[in-house]
Ligand binder design. Structure first.
Ligand code: FNR
Length: 185
């Protein structure tokens, strides 16, 4: 079967740098691998009140995660942690109780910031949360991208070194996805 990768952008900003980064990075996924976005912006704030009568938007989100072989999360750091919208999406993924959509799912985390620390602190929090929801988190390489002006132009990464790094990031992740697919076949 065709390998399928989903990507989640942890920002709902209409001018999101992380969306630009995600869209440039998924172009580095080799032909033959299917890529789909898993959107988070229509999810309401999660409440346990929803568990008894789970809304379609939540069911669809969970099914989207369960339907791919791996998830790439490209997210900004907000106040040295995870944007609330992304944490909210993870809450949805992990409910109703006992039904964790990220369970055994390979997940890679990437982030871009105009600043030099470039999402390192936020990614530490995110990886910790993902471990809790039973995802198989890629440890290395780590991807902290300082999005300087001009780094992404016309949907492409302009810096050859950064592009080569991101290519190896994608290739390593697809390697993990393949090994996990085989392990649980
Ligand atoms: C930020 N920003 C930011 N950057 C960073 O490197 N570390 C941080 O802790 C924060 N904190 C933070 C909080 C809030 C509420 C906002 C709105 C922004 C700056 C952030 O990296 C920058 O706005 C990015 O452009 C956000 O990513 P998107 O939305 O462009 O993908």
């Amino acid at each position: 079967t065709v390998t399928k990768i989903g990507y989640i952008v942890g920002s709902i900003s209409s001018t999101s740098l992380n969306r630009q980064l995600a869209e440039a990075v998924v172009k580095l996924v080799p032909e033959g691998v299917e890529v789909v976005e898993i959107p988070i912006k229509d999810l309401p704030f999660y409440s346990p009140d929803y568990d008894a009568d789970f809304p379609q938007v939540g069911t669809d989100f969970k099914a989207a995660i369960e339907g791919v072989d791996g998830v790439l999360i490209v997210t900004p750091e907000y106040n040295r942690s995870i944007p609330g919208v992304l944490k909210n999406a993870i809450e949805w993924s992990a409910r109703p109780y006992g039904n964790m959509s990220f369970s055994r799912k390979p997940v890679a985390v990437l982030g871009g910031s105009p600043g030099g620390i470039a999402t390192a602190a936020g990614q530490q929090h995110l990886k910790s949360v993902l471990s809790h929801v039973d995802a198989i988190v890629m440890g290395q390489p780590e991807g902290f991208i300082q999005v300087t002006p001009g780094l992404i132009e016309g949907g492409e990464i302009t810096n050859e070194g950064t592009k080569a790094f991101l290519q190896s990031f994608v290739d390593t992740f697809l390697g993990l996805v393949g090994r996990v697919e085989k392990a649980y076949a």
